[in-house]
Structure formats: structure tokens, C-alpha cells
Design a protein around this ligand. Structure first.
Ligand SMILES: Nc1ncnc2c1ncn2[C@@H]1O[C@H](COP(=O)(O)OP(=O)(O)OP(=O)(O)O)[C@@H](O)[C@H]1O
Ligand SMILES: [Mg+2]
Length: 306
């Protein structure tokens, strides 16, 4: 995230096409808005197009417009979204859903900086910056002939990979504070340590959108302090201990490890986790595990844990 934030102002100031790559809810649209808002085009429109929600048969005339009479229903000329974005930015979200049949037309528009309305005969010059977003690997789609490689290279001038929340867990507490400030009625609301720990360790498949929704719910119901009992089940159950136990259970049932091996694996994982939480402080780790310092030392030695 830091490397993205370091580069983003330079990227915004340039006119390059940007491809945002990331799982659902990581903030692709937010970043697209930021790029537009801080770019020299900010006074002109940002036109967002959700390609996953547009029926393919409407897409061509939506994007490129049509002339009167192009279809039986086309009773007047209509500007396309590219024309409406004139001077500004067009954000094509879920570009991986762009129909193959129309990809060559899109490429032509991007290369020539001109659109031809459906049923039209004269090209119209356009000055539009392109930002696209995808949840899937376009290169892989291209290798399976589901995406045109030449279009892929055209839109992938500046790729920005936005990491999932579980790969940047340090961001979780400040983002929670941010959403609490926004949604909680009580400005002094706090999150208890164990609840914050569970929230930080959860896998967040829906990323920041999921985090926002959950904080919003909790802010509504909690008074004073958000505790473990205020967390949704999936987060409480996804606690580090549960994760470890589930993994050990898999070793036992699927990997055919012996009872002794599974128990040893469980011990090693618990010891490592306690040390990590205690940032290496053995006295603290022994206390969390409810064992004496000498027992902890013996076990670390036995398993050769630094
Ligand atoms: N770093 C952040 N700080 C605060 N809020 C954020 C951050 N990143 C994303 N959000 C918020 O999380 C929500 C989801 O973000 P956004 O819609 O940009 O995700 P997306 O990557 O476009 O998701 P999808 O692929 O599902 O469309 C939005 O409400 C957005 O404002
Ligand atoms: Mg989005």
C-alpha cells in the first residue's frame, strides 16, 4: 500500500492508463476516484461504467453512442459514455467482463482517440483518460483467448495491484477507528483488546467493504466498548486458535499424520503464536499459555524454536 501511495500522485498527474487489480472490496473504485480527483482532469466528469451489470447487447451503444435510426428503438441521436466523459476520465470496472466481440472496437477507440457511434459515419474525436479495474488476472484470461492480448497491453500501462486486507493487517486497527468515527454515535467508543485481536486476525474475504459493514453494525449495537460477544460468529470462530486447531484436524484426517505428530504440530503452532503475540517476550508468552517459564524454555528447546 505504501508503494502505491508513494506513486499515486505522480500517476494521477500523468495521463497514463491505469489498471487496478485486486479482490472485491479492496478499494479499486476509491483509488480510481482519487486519481481522477487529483488529476488535471478533475474539473471534468468521471464516468463510471460497471461492465458486469450492463447487458452486452446494450453495451456498444451505451459506450459509443448511436445515431438516430441505428435501431428501430433509436428515435434520436445519443451520446455514448466516452463522449460524456470528454475532457475527463472513464472508469471501466470489471473490464474482464468486456465481451470479446467488442474488444477490437474498444481497442480501436483507445488507439485512434475517436469514437464512431453505432450507425454513424463520421468519427468523433475524444479526449478521455482510461482507468480500468479487474478482480481476475487478465494475462491469464488472455492466455486462454478470453481477452485480447493487444487490448491487455493497451490498458496495462500502469498496473496497480491492491493487496487484500489479510496481507496488510496493520491497516485494520486504523481503518476500524476511521469507520467508528464515521458511524458510532458515541465518540468515545473503544474496541476491547481481544476483540481487536480477533478482528485483526480474521481473513476478511470481502476486504474493506466487509470491514466497513461489520464496524457499522457493531457501532450501532455496542455501547461504550466493543467486546468479543459483539463480533459476528464468523470472526469469533476465525480466532487464531480455531485456525490452528482446524489445520491440525486436517493433518490428522487428511494428511495421515500420527497422533504424536499432530500433537507436536499443535504445540509448535501454539508456542510460535504466543511468542509472536508477545513480540518475543518469553515471560509474557509463558503467561498467555498458562505455563511456567522453565516449561516454556524446555519446549522451545525440544522443538528447536528460536
Ligand atoms: N483504505 C481505505 N480506507 C477507508 N475506506 C476504504 C479504503 N479502501 C476502501 N474503502 C471503502 O471500502 C468500500 C469498498 O471499496 P471499493 O468500492 O473501492 O472496492 P472495489 O475494489 O471497487 O470493490 P469491488 O471489486 O467489489 O467493486 C468503499 O466503501 C470504500 O470507500
Ligand atoms: Mg468496485
Amino acid at each position: 500500500m505504501r508503494s502505491i501511495l508513494l506513486r499515486i500522485d505522480t500517476i494521477a498527474a500523468s495521463d497514463s492508463s491505469v489498471l487496478l487489480i485486486g479482490e472485491t472490496g479492496v478499494g479499486k473504485e476509491l483509488i480510481a476516484e482519487y486519481i481522477h480527483r487529483t488529476s488535471p482532469r478533475s474539473a471534468r466528469p468521471l464516468v463510471k461504467v460497471g461492465l458486469a451489470s450492463l447487458p452486452p447487447e446494450l453495451l456498444e451503444s451505451e459506450l459509443f453512442g448511436h445515431e438516430r435510426g441505428a435501431y428501430t428503438s433509436a428515435s434520436s441521436d445519443k451520446k455514448g459514455l466516452f463522449e460524456l466523459a470528454e475532457g475527463g476520465t472513464i472508469f471501466l470496472d470489471d473490464i474482464d467482463d468486456f465481451p470479446l466481440a467488442l474488444q477490437s472496437k474498444l481497442l480501436r477507440v483507445l488507439e485512434s482517440r475517436e469514437v464512431m457511434r453505432v450507425g454513424g459515419t463520421t468519427p468523433i474525436a475524444i479526449d478521455v483518460r482510461l482507468i480500468t479495474a479487474t478482480k481476475v488476472d487478465l494475462k491469464e484470461l488472455a492466455s486462454r483467448n478470453h481477452f485480447r492480448p493487444d487490448l491487455y497491453y493497451r490498458i496495462n500501462v500502469v498496473p496497480l495491484v491492491i493487496p487484500p486486507l489479510r496481507d496488510r493487517r496493520d491497516d485494520i486497527p486504523p481503518i476500524i477507528t476511521h469507520f467508528l468515527n464515521r458511524y458510532a454515535n458515541n465518540p468515545n467508543i473503544k474496541v476491547a483488546d481481544d476483540a481487536m485481536h480477533a478482528l485483526t486476525n480474521y481473513s476478511w474475504p470481502g476486504n474493506i467493504r466487509e470491514l466497513r459493514n461489520i464496524v457499522q453494525q457493531m457501532a450501532l449495537f455496542a455501547n461504550g466498548e466493543i467486546c468479543m460477544k459483539d463480533l459476528p460468529n464468523e470472526i469469533r470462530e476465525d480466532s487464531p486458535l480455531e485456525v490452528i486447531v482446524k489445520a491440525c484436524n486436517r493433518c490428522f484426517t487428511e494428511e495421515n499424520m500420527s497422533f504424536d505428530q499432530v500433537v507436536a504440530c499443535l504445540e509448535v503452532n501454539l508456542l510460535r503464536q504466543a511468542l509472536r503475540q508477545a513480540t518475543g517476550n518469553r515471560t509474557q508468552a509463558a503467561k498467555t499459555l498458562g505455563m511456567s517459564l522453565s516449561t516454556l524454555r524446555d519446549k522451545l528447546k525440544k522443538y528447536n524454536i528460536e
